[in-house]
Write a protein that binds this ligand. Structure first.
Ligand SMILES: Nc1ncnc2c1ncn2[C@@H]1O[C@H](COP(=O)(O)OP(=O)(O)OP(=O)(O)O)[C@@H](O)[C@H]1O
Ligand SMILES: [Mg+2]
Length: 461
């Protein structure tokens, strides 16, 4: 029999221990462990976190003969040697003076069912969603993220709602897929609400059969397969997602993970890319009607406009197009909404109504995610994830004109009644609701126009 036919499994660090098979497996390789050593290891793992005394070993392992304690120490030494092939498991067995030994690593036990290796229910459905059109203005970013993913195992794209994180992740994954030595699997975590449902979603996308312990099944499946997982939309479950990702990366040496989230996971080894807006002309800067697409926000706006209608921008309207792109902060989602409205209201009218943008930017694609149906919904999603302190601080910062320093923000926080204004400021930055305006000394921060307008409209409501 091979470990694949085993029914029961204990998983710890990068090892899987199969009691029925009497096999200890790591990365698909069966470790060489003597029979007594195996029984000792099994007893230790079954009682992980508890002290196993010398007499326990005598009772369970050497049922037929009496042995010296020295022999027992030799066996423990041989187990430690095998486990030390994995850094995390080097100190898995602690000696408890005068009492015995204790297995100190976390162990996931899957009783009485087959998990190694789990079989995809319906073949391997490796899938990356297709983009409806080529991303505009993101070639450099895609190259940076691609390079990061080749050198690191955990890369996160952060940025405000609708800025294009998922788009960049999909474009990067599509580019990598041909040369990546293994499947590339996209998992939308929007509907996950905790660790278990996140693990379940990943499991589903891998095509694994439902399991009472999806994590054990997942790590068993991924432990010896080179795989790129794209975990899309994690900001509402940052803590459980961080835990899941860290544990998977620890157990699965060939796994790479690309995350998109409005807030970084702050997981071990995470490399973060904060996605900037598409480019647009500064206030008062003229655009050359001959080369309007030298700004990526304008290029996207015109592309969506031409997809929606036959509309020729001319004369004065170029200035208004530039204004729309600037006041919508070069956020692709907002630009798509605006272009859709130009088709019926015209450029001038859309530009004129930008103060009331949440009333007009309401026509998302019917097939889009619910949080992309309106511009307000995209921001509601972020606002709902803020603490009370962060909401209060944001409310006051929205009334502040222009960029501000940390000191100003802390003053605002105190006025707004925040318990911990500095933490609230960091929280807003981490959740992509503030951007750095200048890195001078002292540095200054700013609110995007769209976020300011959103907060003001909430206050007015
Ligand atoms: N570079 C781009 N070129 C063309 N369209 C883009 C680009 N970036 C984003 N879009 C479009 O903008 C919309 C929002 O993009 P996307 O879903 O990638 O944003 P997001 O940052 O992942 O949002 P969320 O935070 O809500 O998950 C989508 O309809 C997408 O097609
Ligand atoms: Mg997204």
């Amino acid at each position: 029999m091979t470990p694949a036919e085993s029914e029961e499994c204990y998983a710890f660090a990068s090892f899987h221990l199969f009691p029925n098979q009497r096999a200890l497996v790591r990365g698909g390789e069966v470790m060489s462990v003597g029979s007594r050593a195996f029984d000792m290891l099994l007893l230790l793992v079954e009682r992980a976190g508890k002290v196993v005394s010398i007499s326990d070993f005598m009772q369970h392992v050497w049922t037929d003969i009496t042995v010296e304690e020295a022999n027992l120490r030799v066996q423990v030494g041989s187990i430690r040697k095998v486990l030390s092939r994995c850094d995390e498991a080097k100190r898995a067995i602690e000696t408890i003076p005068l009492r015995g030994y204790c297995f100190v690593l976390p162990v996931v036990h899957t009783p009485g069912r087959r998990i190694e290796p789990p079989r995809p229910a319906s073949g391997f459905p490796a899938s990356i969603p297709a983009l409806l059109s080529e991303p505009v203005g993101r070639d450099d970013v895609i190259a940076v993220v691609e390079d990061a993913l080749r050198r690191r195992r955990l890369v996160t794209i952060t940025g405000p709602g609708g800025i294009g994180k998922t788009t960049v992740a999909i474009a990067t994954a599509t580019r990598i897929a041909d040369s990546f030595d293994g499947p590339v699997v996209f998992v939308d975590l929007t509907s996950a609400s905790d660790y278990a449902t996140a693990a379940q979603r990943v499991s589903e996308e891998l095509g694994l059969e439902p399991s009472p312990d999806p994590f054990a099944a997942l790590s068993a499946f991924l432990c010896d397969r080179s795989t790129l997982l794209i975990l899309d939309t994690c900001e509402h479950i940052v803590e459980p997602a961080a835990l899941l990702v860290e544990q998977l990366l620890q157990r699965c040496a060939e796994l790479h993970v690309l995350v998109t989230s409005r807030e970084a996971l702050r997981a071990a080894g995470e490399w973060t890319h904060r996605l900037a807006s598409l480019t647009f002309p500064e206030a008062g800067q003229m655009i050359d009607p001959g080369k309007p697409t030298s700004y990526s926000a304008i290029e996207l706006f015109l592309d969506r406009l031409s997809a929606a209608t036959r509309y020729e921008v001319d004369g004065q309207e170029w200035r208004m197009v530039a204004e729309i792109c600037r006041r919508l902060d070069g956020i692709p989602l907002a630009l798509e909404f605006a272009a859709a409205r130009v088709a019926d209201l015209g450029v001038q009218s859309v530009a004129r109504h930008l103060d009331d943008r949440f009333a007009i930017l309401t026509r998302g694609r019917r097939t889009a995610l619910p949080r992309h149906h309106t511009l307000a919904a995209a921001l509601d999603w972020s606002f709902g994830l803020l603490s009370t302190d962060e909401q209060r601080l944001l409310g006051l910062l929205a009334t502040h004109d222009g960029p501000f320093t940390v000191e100003t923000a802390v003053d605002c926080g105190q006025q707004a009644g925040c318990d911990r204004p500095l933490e609230a400021l960091s929280g807003l930055y981490e959740k992509s609701l503030l951007s750095v305006h200048s890195r001078d000394d002292p540095p200054t921060f700013r609110l995007m126009d769209t976020i300011r307008a959103y907060v003001v409209s909430r206050q007015a409501a």
